[in-house]
Ligand binder design. Structure first.
Ligand code: PEP
Ligand code: MG
Length: 874
């Protein structure tokens, strides 16, 4: 029979997959002899079984739960439901990967009408007992029975109002009793039955609810953002309650062994006396700095510091811990490797190596590649910042700079950004897990309440997003959508504000931002990554300027220049349109002659920026619909310059209209129909290369033919390129080495890669199109459809962002194998969006690709991910 339940004394840290992170670490702390309240963990396998068994808990699992409960009760010398000596527990989720706030928790379980009486007598504190009971009723109703908390909050407010009391802490024993009575009545009214009195029923219902919370909406979104598979499931931890709200010698807190925002090696955290854990995390009261615990309870502080050292040395990483002090005695409720900002991650990793605690490889594995994104995002431009006026200040919860239009509703913000692509800042009194989608779309987050470990702070740091929390200097009205700064100035929804997550400063205006640089610890880690990785990292860049940025971020060449992107400018698109709508060879050649110098100059600039490195230039691949004019005034202007009537041009444009432009007249098909276009581009590339070469620079042009499905297409286009080059060499009496290769982005090309490699000197997988065509799913519209696929769990991740290794991956593996069979050791890379995605990069490493090419800002992410792939697959 499988074992589904483990006492904390039976597990250890290596059992994370089975016990979840929290459970495994509770076991580990128990075996280290640290003060951990007793309890047990119901495994992730039990959660998977729960779903397999149509959302029921099998009798054998229930039996194991009650057996573990009995042992835990015996160890504590207490009993479930015994008023004279009650065993009370918390029930918490705990997945393999930490998912802060995404799933549910129930505290004070085991309380009922009789036990609350007993607890009152036992503790001599009826206010405390009833306060605990009303909290339990609320959580149970909310989490298990899906009765909204607001029903209970309304009752509580009514009691406060009747008694003329503002703060919860001012409610006395009688008031708490009245609240319990009202809560039970509310429960009965809304649920149609009494609040369950049997602790075993409470327990089993709560365990089921935690299992269910694995699939709540916010958990699903969080999993998708963090590549956590649904198949992992969550464990459930049942642990004896300890109370931080038993008076002034009790308290609770959260602390990190190092500063999670900066990485500084100094204890960092917060605590609240006379409070339960949820009060700290929810940010309802503003907590005190952990250093102040030294004055409040010196012995406990000292013991806590010792535990911090033990844990950090044991886990060899910065720890994030939760603790409770019950009547002067310290208890550890959780430890885990702490979430941190990217800057802190880099500093901590480098420091741990320097302290001799870990190796360079360990250090590289500690940094989440995607987190580096935050460091590559803007800071405020110093001049603009100098002229800006601070209008309030909050806590610097997650560094970075954000500027944008303010929104007070997460969903509304997400919609606004999705529709307009504009920048927005989310302002909330305090964030809750429901706000996660808005936080993803926001440039930054500002909250009125909550400390450095509040939900907003923790989640923002995890996402690498700028956040200022606990800004009590502003008055926030979420409902009516405005905020008032410390000087009384009002800002409405849609107005500009800027926030600085590094200093906590708020500005009531738009401030220009600047790009970040790689220096210090970032540089050190990047150097270690470069020593370790096998994959080369190139960049996708369409201009000399982008190529320069890419080189600064460590790109070793250009893997894709999309030449059609060079025609986006207003002056250029006109010449380009003339070329597209030309009806005769003569007219087209005239338009091409206009384009030639423009292209040559662009290529020259890219070659210059990338001297000594390969530069892959792709021949034109324009989905025509993106370039044709639609505005009548533009049509008229174009017609005039072509010396034809507007009607005639409109007619031409209609004829060029395609039902399915992504599968239309684009890619190498354009060169097949109009060889003169490929000839002009080849000329521009070769002439630009020769110029740089003449100036003493080293150029390595790689000419790439897009959208090939057959070798003969490539042979056709390659002939044009070679003949053009020959002609230039003959005329100029100069030579330049170049290569001709192809993109593999149509499934047929992958299947025929062996033949295609006879002509192609290199391959580059265009995984955007390859994904689109393998799935038969439009890359432009997939988002709308995929939402339904996530909610039904048909798909868990977006195949347009993270490579579908199962399907598209097979085509890639096949093409690599066939291509290299024909042309041994040929250079093969990837240049679709997936080239900057860590999971896809791991696949590229395993498949033996030569390089990945991604947008310039992802180059550092790709460098680190490639190093991790090399370590992972040693
Ligand atoms: C691709 O299809 O993956 C690719 C890189 O080309 P584009 O995105 O320009 O179609
Ligand atoms: Mg493509």
């Amino acid at each position: 029979m499988s074992k589904y339940v483990y006492l904390f004394s039976e597990g250890n840290a290596s059992m994370k997959n089975l016990l979840g992170g929290k459970g495994a670490n509770l076991s580990e702390m128990t075996s280290l002899g640290l003060p951990v309240p007793g309890g047990f963990t119901i495994t992730t396998e039990a959660c998977i079984r729960y779903y397999d068994d149509k959302e029921t808990i099998a009798p054998e699992i229930e039996k194991q739960i009650f057996e573990a409960l009995e042992k835990a009760e015996a160890a504590a010398g207490k009993k479930f439901g015994d008023p004279s000596n009650p065993y009370l527990v918390s029930v918490r989720s705990g997945a393999r990967a930490s998912m802060p706030g995404m799933m549910d928790t129930i505290l004070n379980l085991g309380l009922n009408d009789e036990v609350v009486e007993g607890l009152s007598k036992l503790t001599g504190n009826a206010r405390f007992a009833n306060d605990s009971y009303r909290r339990f009723i609320t959580m149970f109703a909310d989490v298990v029975m899906e009765i909204s908390k607001s029903n209970f909050e309304a009752e509580m407010d009514a009691v406060k109002e009747a008694r003329g009391v503002v703060a919860d802490t001012d409610l006395d024993e009688e008031a708490m009793k009245e609240i319990v009575t009202r809560f039970k009545a509310t429960y009965k009214k809304l649920k149609g039955e009494d609040f369950p009195q049997d602790p075993k029923v409470q327990l089993m219902e709560s365990v089921k609810a935690v299992f269910r919370s694995w699939n709540n909406e916010r958990a699903i979104i969080y999993r998708r953002l963090n590549d956590i598979p649904a198949s992992w499931g969550t464990a459930v931890n049942v642990q004896e309650m300890v109370y931080g709200n038993m008076g002034e010698t009790s308290g609770t807190g959260v602390a990190f062994t190092r500063n999670p925002a900066t990485g500084e090696n100094k204890l960092y955290g917060e605590f609240l006396m006379n409070a339960q854990g949820e009060d700290v995390v929810a940010g309802i009261r503003t907590p005190s700095d952990i250093q102040q615990l030294k004055d409040v309870m010196p012995d406990v502080y000292e013991q806590f510091c010792e535990i911090c050292t033990t844990l950090e040395n044991h886990y060899k990483d910065m720890q994030d811990m939760e603790f409770t002090i019950e009547r002067g005695k310290l208890y550890m409720l959780q430890t885990r490797n702490g979430k941190r900002t990217a800057a802190a991650a880099l500093k901590i990793a480098v420091d741990l190596v320097n302290e001799g605690m870990i190796s360079k490889e360990d250090a590289l594995m500690k940094i989440e590649p995607k987190a580096l994104d935050a460091l590559l995002h803007p800071g405020f431009e110093p001049k603009s910042l100098a002229s800006a006026t601070e209008v309030a200040k909050g806590l610097p919860a997650s560094p970075g700079a954000a500027t944008g239009r303010i929104y007070f509703d997460a969903k509304e913000l997400a919609e606004y950004v999705r529709e307009t692509g504009e920048k927005a800042v989310l302002i909330r009194l305090e964030t809750s897990p429901e706000d996660i989608e808005g936080m993803v779309f926001a440039q930054g987050v500002l909250t009125g309440r909550g400390g450095m470990t509040s939900h907003a702070a923790v989640v923002a740091r995890g996402m690498g997003k700028c956040c200022v929390s606990g800004c009590s200097e502003v008055l926030i009205n979420e409902k009516e959508g405005y905020v008032v700064d410390k000087n009384g100035k009002r800002y409405n929804k849609g107005d500009w504000m800027s926030i600085d997550g590094t200093t906590g400063r708020i500005y009531g205006e738009e401030i220009a931002t600047t790009e970040a640089k790689i220096a210090g610890d970032f540089e050190t880690i990047m150097a270690w990554a470069d020593e370790t990785r096998k994959l080369k990292v190139l960049a996708n860049a369409d201009s000399g300027k982008d190529a320069e940025v890419a080189r600064g971020l460590g790109a070793e060449g250009i893997g894709l220049t999309r030449t059609e992107h060079m025609f986006f400018g207003e002056d250029r698109i006109f010449a380009f349109r003339k070329m597209i709508v030309s009806e005769t060879l003569e007219a087209r050649q005239k338009a091409l002659a206009e384009l030639l110098p423009i292209q040559r100059q662009d290529f020259y600039e890219i070659f210059k920026a990338m001297e000594g490195c390969p530069v892959t230039i792709r021949l034109l691949d324009p989905p025509l619909h993106e370039f044709l004019p639609t505005d009548p005034a533009e049509v008229k202007h174009l017609a005039e310059s072509l010396n034809i009537s507007a009607d005639h041009l409109t007619d031409l444009i209609h004829r060029l209209h395609e039902m399915n432009p992504m599968m239309g007249h684009r890619g190498c098909r354009l060169a097949v129909s109009y060889p003169e276009i490929a000839a002009m581009q080849a000329r521009a590339i070769i002439e630009a290369g020769l110029k740089v070469q003449e100036e003493g620079g080293k150029v390595m042009p790689k000419i790439m033919v897009p959208l090939v499905f057959d070798k003969k297409e490539l042979t056709f286009v390659k002939k044009i390129i070679d003949e053009t080059a020959k002609e230039i060499f003959a005329q100029s009496n100069k030579e330049l080495h170049y290569e001709v290769g192809t993109m593999i982005e149509i499934p047929r090309a992958a299947l025929l890669a062996g033949e295609i490699a006879e002509d192609a000197e290199f391959f580059s997988f265009g995984t955007n199109d390859l994904t689109q065509m393998t799935f038969g799913l439009s890359r432009d519209d997939a988002g709308r459809i995929l939402d339904d696929y996530y909610s039904t769990q048909i798909l868990e991740t977006d195949p347009t962002a993270s490579l579908d290794q199962n399907g598209v991956g097979q085509l890639i593996e096949f093409a690599v194998e066939r291509g290299r069979k024909t042309r041994e050791g040929m250079s093969i890379g990837i240049c679709g969006e997936h080239g900057g995605d860590p999971a896809s990069i791991d696949f590229c490493h395993r498949t033996g690709l030569s390089y990945v090419s991604c947008s310039p800002f992802r180059a550092p992410i790709a460098r680190l991910a490639a190093a991790q792939a090399a370590i992972n697959n040693k």
